[in-house]
Design a protein around this ligand. Structure first.
Ligand SMILES: *Cc1c(COP(=O)(O)O)cnc(C)c1O
Length: 408
């Protein structure tokens, strides 16, 4: 009889988004005709930048010609894209990242999960609480955790609480961690890391021979030019960090799919026999065996992000969402809410009003304002008492949602 991967049975049966969908459906069924505004999901809403569309159209046309046809591409991605990324995202910011160290993929969600393929079973893992659920669930699936406790926390994972008390800056783990997931700008709290904050993490990782998995999917939303966009802006990070980037949020590629992961040469981990092994080699091997690259057309679309037009258009896209975030912040603050984030990230993290927990506030907004958000407790036990609103929506919807909430 075939056996299953029983680790999947440890998963808290997708409690967040299915539960939101259930409550929204129940409300809509009872109140037909009410138009709900969804500020809950982390998906973009604006169309693709013109430059990306043009590049993809030209690439499709080329694919229909004998001269321009492309079959299997390099598993690591085309060198013209890897070079544009290395130069414009890293070298221009003073980071020593080469094209060879960039692996193009179809998403940061998959990369941040798949990376566990090349990492050992015995690593002690640290995540923030609240956290992007993918980091936790992929470790559960890979058998790197124990069972979930009553409050949803998994045994043998180290949770680092982030909340208003510590200014959404996690303490360094008390027990040694080997693998640390960091996400800046942060989903869900909208917090951003200063250079000194990242320096503390890099110092910790180097002292403990730990690996930082740095998710920078929202780096394009950073507004303050002094804030770091990449972990590699920190001295020594090449010896202790892998970085995940994505075109999903800066260029609206959530449905188009393109991302990349940076694995520095010379970054090593320890094998069972004690030898130091380069992670680049393992990831290269993993991708070559299990992945066949992102399609040519989409890679041409991603390349167009780095053209002068693409740069201007993606900047405008990000500004549009950040204006939404500013509207959400200022309207809610004026109405007396305590809000965090939303200044360098498309998420505003709200303290729920006195007497309402995360789900209580969810129901309140759904039933009274017809606005759907995301309960903070869905991102982890320490997210209780908070609520996430996303800036990914049309201006009209954001403005009406704010009018509805502030006139409650
Ligand atoms: C949206 C998002 C990503 C991007 O994922 P893709 O698979 O590239 O679309 C990565 N990390 C976080 C925290 C996100 O919210």
């Amino acid at each position: 009889m075939v056996q299953i991967n029983s680790n999947y049975l440890k998963l808290k049966a997708g409690y967040l988004f299915p539960e939101i969908a259930r409550r929204v459906k129940a409300f809509s069924d009872d109140h037909p005709g009410i138009d709900l505004i969804r500020l809950g999901i982390g998906d973009v809403t604006e169309p693709l930048p013109r430059a990306c569309c043009e590049a993809m159209k030209a690439a499709i046309d080329a694919m229909g010609t004998s001269e321009g046809f492309h079959g299997y591409g390099p598993e690591q991605g085309y060198s013209w894209l890897r070079e544009a990324i290395a130069k414009q995202d890293f070298q221009n910011r003073g980071c020593k990242v080469s094209a060879e160290e960039i692996f193009i993929s179809d998403g940061s969600k998959c990369d941040s999960s798949n990376i566990l393929d090349i990492l050992g079973e015995g690593n002690r893992i640290a995540v923030t609480d609240p956290v992007y659920p993918v980091y936790v669930d992929s470790n559960v699936m890979a058998g790197r955790t124990g069972n979930a406790a009553e409050n949803g926390c998994y045994e043998s994972l180290t949770y680092l609480p982030i909340n208003a008390t510590n200014n959404f800056e996690a303490q360094l783990p008390k027990e040694a961690a080997d693998l640390i997931y960091l996400c800046f700008p942060n989903n869900p709290t909208g917090a951003v890391a200063s250079k000194s904050q990242l320096e503390r993490w890099v110092k910790y990782a180097r002292e403990h021979n730990a690996l930082i998995l740095f998710d920078a999917a929202y780096e394009a939303f950073i507004q303050d030019p002094h804030l770091p966009h990449s972990i590699y802006e920190i001295e020594g990070a090449r010896e202790c960090a892998i970085e995940f980037r994505s075109f999903s949020k800066n260029a609206g590629f959530t449905g188009t799919r393109c991302a990349f992961t940076v694995v520095p040469k010379g970054l090593t981990g320890k094998a069972a026999d004690g030898k130091q092994v380069e992670l680049w080699q393992l990831w290269n091997r993993r991708q070559s065996t299990k992945f066949n690259g992102v399609n040519y057309v989409v890679q041409r679309g991603a390349e167009a992000v780095y053209s002068p037009e693409g740069q201007a258009q993606t900047k405008a896209l990000v500004s549009f969402y950040m204006e939404n975030a500013a509207i959400i912040r200022s309207e809610l603050m004026t109405a007396g809410f305590t809000v965090y984030g939303g200044e360098h990230a498309p998420y505003v993290w709200i303290k729920t009003p006195e007497g309402l927990d995360s789900w209580g506030f969810f129901d309140h907004l759904l039933e009274q304002a017809f606005v759907v958000g995301t309960p903070g407790s869905g991102f982890g036990a320490a997210g209780e008492g908070y609520f996430r609103l996303s800036a990914f929506n049309s201006r009209v919807n954001v403005q009406s949602a704010m009018t509805r909430i502030t006139s409650l």
